[in-house]
Write a protein that binds this ligand. Structure first.
Ligand SMILES: [Zn+2]
Length: 337
């Protein structure tokens, strides 16, 4: 309005933001300020001077952007492009493009940062970053039982917000195959925490996710019973006289089942149990062989095979508990009404 008073506009700063306050940008943002850079990306108070050639090699969106001309705003004869993404996200995204190995794609950078990077890699069509993150998500939330067993400890360490982020990313970015495993993990490890956590949270899709968990929990109970029955029936109903330790195995199974039904502590009730694929499941005692167990090693191995077959069959049906299917098992069950 008036020209009185000294100008406090910092030198060499175009009028892109009106705030003359201190520009509190992290020192490390200088890593992405190259004196010979040919474009300046401006995110709020932060600026990154990088090379058009480098970002264009990776990003279809930047290729298209620069092919139709650049911005009218210039700073030191370099075009300035305003970016609406948060500076920290965009910094990490550019850094990954420039120094790929410096930005590790795993949970060590934080699950939410991983998903942020996926969002930007999708938005700006940077396939190598997108694919690296998708591959990583596939590896930690696998769709085969053997991979799940390998990843079990890691998966059970993922917390409610992380699993919910994974589910939403699966839907949003076309990585549907991670969704059943993430939903299962949410049910089996955190069912009691979900509603507690969701209070006061405004995460999109939350109601849908909680509803899927509630439905899934019930269905998993059913699946668990079917799985048990399948494994059991061979040991209990089979009348093949060649089955060496059948009577002893039956006795072991009766002990397990009776305990699980009658347990008054409320900690471990059969009808609440959905631990179908967990290493410390119902029958791990039989599988490992306790010292007092009378079933011989050979028959125990036979039992383990039965139980494994039953679990593999259950795994193939697990997504159905959430109204989903595994990706290669036919049509996508993504939409549930
Ligand atoms: Zn035997």
């Amino acid at each position: 309005m008036s020209d009185s008073g000294p100008s406090t506009v910092p030198h060499k700063r175009p009028r892109l933001d009106d705030s003359n306050g201190p520009c509190e940008v992290p020192e490390y943002y200088k890593d992405l300020w190259f004196e010979d850079g040919s474009v300046i990306f401006k995110c709020g108070a932060a600026s990154f001077r990088v090379h058009r050639s480098v970002v264009c090699v990776h990003s279809q969106v930047f290729r298209d952007m620069f092919s139709v001309g650049t911005s009218d705003t210039m700073q030191d004869d370099v075009p300035v492009v305003e970016i609406t993404d948060p500076a920290e996200k965009f910094f990490l995204f550019l850094k990954k493009m420039y120094f790929s190995h410096a930005v590790q794609i795993d949970v060590s950078i934080g699950f939410s940062i991983l998903i942020d990077l996926l969002e930007l890699a999708t938005k700006y069509m940077v396939d190598f970053i997108r694919q690296e993150i998708i591959d990583y998500l596939h590896s930690i939330l696998p769709c085969t039982l053997s991979d799940y067993e390998h990843q079990h400890d890691f998966i059970s360490g993922l917390n409610v917000p992380e699993l919910i982020m994974a589910i939403r990313a699966g839907w949003k970015y076309g990585i549907e195959s991670i969704v059943p495993t993430a939903l299962y993990a949410l049910c089996v490890h955190h069912y009691g925490d979900i509603t507690l956590w969701s209070e006061g949270s405004d995460v999109p899709d939350l109601v849908r996710i909680i509803a899927l968990c509630a439905l899934g929990y019930q269905n998993l109970q059913g699946l668990k019973r079917v799985t048990d029955k399948r494994a059991w029936s061979q040991a209990v109903y089979k009348t093949d006289s060649k089955f060496h330790c059948q009577e002893d195995l039956r006795s072991e199974l009766i002990i397990i089942m009776t305990h699980s039904i009658e347990d008054e502590s409320g900690v471990y009730k059969y009808w609440e149990d959905i631990h179908i694929f967990e290493p410390e499941g119902f029958y791990s005692g039989i599988a490992k062989g306790s010292p007092q167990m009378r079933v011989c090693d050979k028959c125990r191995e036979r039992w383990k095979r039965w139980e494994k077959t039953a679990r593999e069959d259950a795994w193939s049906k697990m997504p159905e508990c959430f109204g989903l299917t595994w990706p290669d098992a036919g049509s996508s069950g993504e939409e549930i009404s």
